[in-house]
Design a binder for this molecule. Structure first.
Ligand code: B16
Ligand code: MG
Length: 220
């Protein structure tokens, strides 16, 4: 029986994945590194400093900066990103998400945010969705995706057995994390990107998310 639904945030609840991309792209351009949307797939779900490391390796600049300079670069990206978040309103919640959250609430199924983002509380506040969630995992101090820790913590917060949880993700790293946690993985995006990472089912959009459909797919 389904015990909890664990939601990724960026790219599942709302389209903030696009703002991450814009902010990283601008920061990277300032230091002479080009990033395209294909490379960006490898950044999705990845924690801030790790994302920066990947960008520096991509641009063959991994030896160029001191730790302090890297922190400065990551901070600049975050300032840019947070500025873009100022535009967020409840209308930016992806289609189908409100309905699914409503259904889960009516059926007393706990929901937790399993995001790598330190900005998660700010975003949920802007979308006015905070009250729908039983918890938000603090990603600080635990291994990031694709390690299973964020999803395991999410299940633990509501006392759910990982085998009876569904995780919803838009990133390759996130799908891997859900599977490593022993959960049923729902991908939002392209089958040819998320399928190879281990998604049990992939929907092209959050519009397809409905409780009954998830229960049947996951055999829960
Ligand atoms: P922040 P998710 C992830 O969120 C994003 O996909 C990833 O692009 C970002 O670098 C990471 O959060 C950290 O975010 O810089 O805001 O702490 O997809 O796990 O909800
Ligand atoms: Mg995501």
């Amino acid at each position: 029986k389904l015990q909890a639904v664990l939601f990724d945030l960026d790219g599942v609840i709302t389209d903030t994945a696009k703002y991450h991309f814009i902010a990283w792209k601008q920061m990277a351009e300032r230091i002479g590194i080009e990033i395209d949307s294909e490379f960006n797939e490898s950044l999705k779900g990845i924690e801030r400093m790790q994302s920066l490391e990947r960008i520096l390796i991509h641009g063959h600049q991994e030896q160029k900066y001191s730790q302090a300079e890297k922190e400065r670069l990551a901070q600049e990206k975050n300032e840019e990103y947070v500025a873009l978040l100022a535009n967020l309103t409840p209308e930016d919640t992806y289609p189908g998400i409100n309905e699914l959250l409503q259904e889960l609430r009516e059926n007393n199924i706990p929901t937790v945010i399993a995001s790598a983002s330190k900005n998660a509380p700010l975003i949920l506040e802007a979308l006015q969705l905070k009250s729908y969630f039983h918890g938000i995992v603090d990603p600080g101090g635990i291994p990031g995706k694709p390690e299973p820790d964020i999803f395991l913590k999410a299940a633990e917060q509501v006392g759910a057995d990982p085998m009876c949880c569904i995780g919803i993700e838009d990133s390759q790293a996130g799908i891997e994390a859900i599977k490593a946690a022993g959960m049923y993985a729902v991908g939002i995006g392209e089958e040819n990107i998320l399928g190879p990472s281990g998604a049990d089912i992939v929907y092209p959009s959050t519009r397809e998310l409905a409780l009954q459909r998830l229960l049947v797919a996951a055999h829960l």
